[in-house]
Design a protein around this ligand. Structure first.
Ligand code: E4P
Length: 228
């Protein structure tokens, strides 16, 4: 499983990228608004993210348009920012139609706000390169987000969608709306290709109290060795 960072915060992206294990970034309108993002700086901001992570890391930038033509126009503009931009489009009728058109033009799409197997299969058939089932938001309404993710991973894995995607690539499932390290564990066990995680959760994924305790005792014992 690959780790994407779910943020628009440049400092977080810089730090996570420096750890050497980051494979991509996802943003959304809320995350951009959270950092005080301005409309006329949006494209420049996405470019800054692309420059930080480098050309091999996909960076999802979301269209907020509601009609097929507007989404396609947005998508083309976003894709022109950098070669690693992925156009993020909500799972809805106009979004599917726009995904088909962008995929046919060789522009990768991350189909977002996906909650069910039928939505995921439609996204795949429309040519999405990435599909993002949301785990935490399902949990928020007292449903089992991990079970839904598992169903999507299984259903997509049942078929070969390579003929539908940009350049015949394999579709990748992004476990999104991740709220805990356990969500990451379960997503990996069920075979999700990617987990996109907030910076705070990524830090928790690195840490464990037994690692801290073990390190502390190793350092103490090494002091003894140095003083022996
Ligand atoms: C995915 O790409 C979304 O940006 C994100 O995971 C949404 O998470 P949230 O439900 O915590 O807002």
């Amino acid at each position: 499983m690959k780790f994407f960072l779910d943020t628009a915060d440049l400092a977080e992206i810089e730090e996570a990228a420096s750890w050497g294990a980051l494979a991509g970034v996802t943003t959304n309108p809320t995350l951009y608004s959270r950092i005080g993002g301005k409309l006329d700086d949006f494209h420049a901001h996405i470019k800054r993210i692309c420059d930080i992570v480098g050309p091999d890391c996909p960076v999802s930038a979301e269209s907020v348009a509601m009609t097929r033509d507007e989404i396609v126009r947005d998508g083309r503009e976003l894709a022109a920012i950098a070669p690693n931009v992925v156009v993020k489009i909500p799972t809805m009728v106009e979004g599917l139609a726009a995904t088909r058109e962008l995929a046919d033009a060789g522009i990768p799409v991350n189909m977002t706000l996906c909650f069910t197997v039928p939505q995921a299969i439609l996204a795949a058939r429309a040519g999405a390169r990435y599909i993002s089932p949301f785990v935490g938001r399902f949990d928020d309404i007292s449903e089992d987000g991990l079970a839904q993710l598992d169903d999507v991973v299984t259903a997509i894995g049942n078929y070969d969608f390579t003929a539908d995607t940009v350049n015949g690539e394999k579709i990748e499932i992004i476990a999104a709306s991740i709220r805990s390290a356990n969500h990451v564990t379960q997503a990996a066990l069920m075979g999700a290709d990617i987990a996109t995680v907030p910076f705070g959760i990524l830090k928790k994924c690195v840490q464990h109290p037994l690692t801290d305790r073990g390190l502390e005792s190793f350092l103490k014992d090494w002091e003894k060795v140095q003083n022996a």
